[in-house]
Design a protein around this ligand. Sequence first.
Ligand code: ZN
Length: 164
Amino acid sequence: MKRLPYWAHNPETPGSTPVFRYHLSQADIQLDWLIAKAFLNTLKCPICKSRLDLYEVHDKSRKYNFCCSSNWEHYRIFFIHWEATLRVEYETVVVYEGKHQYHLTQYDDNRTELFVYDVDAENRIIDVKDKKPFLGRYSQKMFDFTNTTKEKIINRVKTILVFS
Ligand SMILES: [Zn+2]
């Protein structure tokens, strides 16, 4: 098990690294983990189809625990594997196209957030004073990340933006 130092934890934090290792030492939890892993193996990065890897980090106010194994920025999720029902509470996809970064977060309770940032030639977000990035909030899941491609996601974003 890789040690991931980013996430400040306390003994109560589920998924935090030392607690996690302790849990793995218990046989029943180990079985749960195998089931969780099987579930995880069904998830692929929507951008490059890579498998997901452990990744514990806070991003703004959110925390994530798994991401695309070839590029964390493609796809990252908060996967709840310590409750009876396995679920992805939210998932974030980042795609670049021309002068824009599209930052999509989709929630288990049927919500989607879409940020559109201006980026430079190196895909760095350009902070323009007095110009906030576009933010769209939708009360449904706008994307199906299970069977898609980068191109399909970009086309979907453009369709959504036309109607925003
Ligand atoms: Zn990827």
